[in-house]
Ligand binder design. Structure first.
Ligand code: RP5
Length: 165
């Protein structure tokens, strides 16, 4: 059992990211995690971003999920100030190159400051939650059991769809 179920932070660059990131928050809740959700921008509130990252570990956070669109520096900016695992979710903006801008900004970190970048958009948002669960499951048997159940159920759904054809 997790001692602290508020040990995952979901940070996004704007409230405009919430429609996609809700799928990340919901998936974490499916696993009994109550994420700490924040809107913090690497560019518009850089001091708050640095302060949040610096204090995250001492505030009981174990994994940070950071989602942003456009020149998406949020995950990298948090990684610069925290040695916690940072999972980046690149998001597509209303205009521009469909999230490719955010993907490259998130994934192309210089050696020494890693960010685990997920796919663009909702797939990445959901996978960020599952990846956070996988990290927590390494040392938490209860979380690992939930993860195994999730994977079995996911397989079962595909098999059922296949046999219903
Ligand atoms: C990024 O810029 C945010 O993460 C968002 O995806 C994008 C646009 O932000 P808004 O102009 O909608 O606030 O920093």
């Amino acid at each position: 059992m997790l001692k602290n179920n508020k040990c995952v932070a979901v940070v996004m660059g704007s409230d405009s990211d919430m429609p996609v990131m809700k799928s990340c928050i919901d998936k974490l809740k499916d696993f009994g995690i109550e994420p700490v959700v924040r809107i913090i921008s690497a560019h518009r509130t850089p001091d708050i971003a640095a302060d949040f990252a610096e204090k995250a570990a001492s505030n009981g956070i174990k994994v940070i999920i950071a989602a942003a669109g456009m020149a998406a520096h949020l995950a990298g900016a948090l990684a610069a100030k925290s040695a916690l695992p940072i999972i980046g979710v690149p998001l597509a903006a209303a205009e521009g190159p469909a999230g490719l801008d955010a993907l490259l900004s998130t994934v192309q970190m210089p050696p020494g400051v890693p960010v685990a970048s997920m796919a663009i958009g909702k797939a990445g948002a959901v996978n960020a939650a599952i990846f956070a669960v996988q990290i927590l499951a390494i040392e938490d048997d209860n979380m690992n059991a939930k993860l195994m159940d999730f994977r079995k159920s996911q397989s079962r759904k595909v098999i059922e769809k296949d046999s219903s054809l």
